[in-house]
Write a new protein. Structure first.
Length: 184
């Protein structure tokens, strides 16, 4: 069975189990963050990095969006973290990272367009490997979007997930910068 929803103007289709059991995520609080290759845009071009290293800091906030340049992600989700970055850092956050199933060129251009500067580390999960390892895929193939990431925010301490807030539907509540701040 598929659940169809709308995240602003980005439509999605998420596979929903028809059994009475709740679907389980591949990752949960207490698990280590997946260690896979992602790309980061640099002035010299895309650079391959490992999430196990990038997200291993003492206190990291990672948030995922369905797609760069999409209205809800561009107008609300990413700007919320840019705006609240000083407050997050005041609570001990050493790294704030945004990840999407987009390539490094798109993530770099999106970060530049939205003025993230050095506040947000823009991670390109072009093949969806990290998203798959997290178990948080979103099936947008019915709308020509392919596999994307669900919208979520995670707090990671020393490489271990200590909080994970996944949006249950469209909108930004559980994964907003304000919600993350409230948990810190």
């Amino acid at each position: 069975m598929n659940e169809v929803g709308d995240t602003g103007t980005l439509m999605y289709v998420r596979k929903v189990s028809t059994s009475t059991k709740e679907a389980t995520m591949a990752i949960k609080v207490g698990d280590p963050v997946p260690d896979v290759e992602v790309r980061v845009m640099t002035p010299q071009g895309p650079r391959t990095e490992r999430t196990g290293e990038l997200l291993a800091g003492p206190k990291v906030v990672l948030f995922a969006v369905p797609g760069a340049f999409t209205p809800t992600c561009s107008d609300h989700h990413l700007p919320g973290f840019v705006l609240r970055a000083p407050e997050l850092r005041a609570k001990g956050v050493t790294t704030i990272a945004c990840i999407a199933v987009n390539d490094a060129f798109v993530m770099g251009a999106w970060g530049k367009d939205r003025g993230v500067g050095d506040e947000i580390l823009m991670l390109a999960d072009g093949n969806g490997d990290f998203t798959r390892e997290m178990g948080l895929e979103l099936d947008g193939s019915g709308f020509g979007l392919g596999t994307r990431s669900q919208r979520y925010a995670a707090t990671i301490e020393n490489g271990v997930i200590t909080a994970l807030q996944v949006e249950k539907g469209p909108g930004i509540e559980a994964s907003s910068a304000e919600a993350v701040l409230a948990l810190l």
